[in-house]
Design a protein around this ligand. Structure first.
Ligand code: FAD
Length: 381
């Protein structure tokens, strides 16, 4: 019989970061992953650290995203020190390019929206934008600098987080699939695995990404589903791109600033079930948009392609905190922002488990919100 203070289901960036936080607090922690750890969405991410909302549904997430971004330098510092590994963390801002429509009006809406949400956003004249990014295409019509945004290399971060977690005593259990929760008298007391083992734990953290909804007892609360994203990695010897560049249909994330330069190009948003497949149509979309944004990239070599499954949720918000099953904490549904939100999620889950309080209100992300909605619907029928 295996007994821990905390069993974490899912060894992605969320499970790994939570484990490191809890290990630092002196708890005995095990991460169970049905595969190798850190090989799913967290492996596939581009690594932008952007609290900017991409639609109005994401507005409630902005304060959490800002808190997450503010924690990053300290998080990176401790993870790099504990692991002795680098994470590719890079500050310096992102540039948003508007290429279509009434660009001046769109720019003032963008700036006003960001300021209203407490996010830095400075309009740039096109000559200023070109001075900052000489490779920018001629059809850019307006630009804004988001000075506080950063980026990280998610694969490097993933390795560093796992190594940091191990350094504080966390047990990693790859190849262990959770099939259900062990519930006794309405209390979660552990995790049952596909091989018939039970991991007993005072607390269970569900961090199984888009697969969280496959754990039967958690499914009513963790209504996650997969949203596929495809990525192409380019290497080019042209003018280096210095900032994260974003436009309507594409983003470019430079991994280094020298020539030859590696640039991550992303990404599609597809509802294609759990099928992980890079498609010609998906790549065509992102590469065409990348070549329009920075025409020199048409000469770049495609060095790698991949896709991953983001943990989507019905309202596009993460699922954080406890429901009405004692001993169970949800840390899932981070959709497009799991890399950004890993440190703040880890901090809040750590506070909740160790101190039964959180320093930031996570009520808006409560797993109970889906049950409330279902109850409201049945009361109205
Ligand atoms: C193409 C793409 C680009 C992205 N870009 C960004 C970005 O720029 N910035 C950003 O912040 N976010 C980005 N994201 C989102 C981010 O990657 C995710 O939100 C984040 O990785 C989610 O982490 P996770 O740990 O919850 O899930 P995952 O990394 O998917 O990990 C879940 C883990 O749970 C395991 N698991 C599942 N079921 C079980 C089970 N039954 N038993 C045991 N283990 C199980 C899986 O094997 C997996 O290892 C991107 C995502 C994609 C796909």
């Amino acid at each position: 019989m295996k007994t821990y203070d905390v069993a974490i289901v899912g060894g992605g960036i969320i499970g790994g970061s939570v484990a490191y936080e809890l290990g630092q607090r002196g708890l005995r922690v095990a991460i169970l992953d049905r595969r190798e750890l850190m090989r799913e969405a967290s492996w596939a991410a581009a690594g932008m650290l952007s609290p900017a909302p991409n639609c109005s549904a994401a507005f409630p997430l902005v304060p959490l995203g800002r808190a997450g971004l503010a924690l990053y330098p300290q998080f990176i510092g401790t993870v790099e020190e504990a692991s002795g590994l680098r994470t590719g963390y890079r500050a310096g801002g992102a540039i948003e390019i508007i290429r279509h429509g009434d660009a001046e009006r769109e720019l003032s809406t963008l700036v006003a929206l960001h300021h209203g949400l407490g996010l830095g956003c400075e309009p740039l004249r096109l000559d200023e934008a070109r001075a900052m990014e000489p490779a920018l295409g001629r059809d850019a019509r307006a630009a804004a600098l988001l000075p506080d945004e950063c980026s990280v290399d998610p694969r490097a971060l993933a390795g560093a987080v796992l190594s940091a977690a191990v350094s504080v005593g966390v047990t990693l259990r790859p190849g262990v699939e959770a099939i259900s929760l062990a519930i006794e008298a309405d209390k979660c007391v552990g995790v049952k695995t596909a091989s018939g083992e039970t991991f007993h734990a005072a607390h269970v953290v569900l961090a199984a990404g888009c697969w969280s909804s496959q754990i039967p007892e958690a499914a009513p609360y963790a209504q996650t589903f997969p949203v596929r994203g495809q990525i192409a990695v380019l290497r080019h010897c042209g003018t280096p791109i210095r900032h994260v560049l974003r436009s309507e249909h594409v983003y470019l994330v430079p991994r280094n600033l020298e020539s030859p330069q590696t640039v991550i190009v992303g990404s599609t948003l597809e509802h294609a079930g759990y099928e992980k497949r890079v498609t010609s149509g998906g790549l065509e979309k992102i590469l065409a948009a990348a070549n329009e944004l920075v025409p020199e990239l048409a000469h770049a070599e495609i060095v790698e392609t991949w896709c991953g499954l983001r943990p989507g949720t019905p309202d596009q918000l993460p699922i954080l905190g406890s429901a009405n099953i004692e001993g169970l904490v949800f840390a899932t549904g981070h959709y497009r922002n799991g890399i950004l939100l890993a440190p703040i999620t880890a901090k809040l889950v750590g506070e909740w488990i160790a101190e039964r309080r959180t320093s930031f209100s996570w009520e808006a992300f409560s797993p109970l919100r889906f049950r409330r909605e279902n109850n409201d619907r049945s009361a109205n029928t």
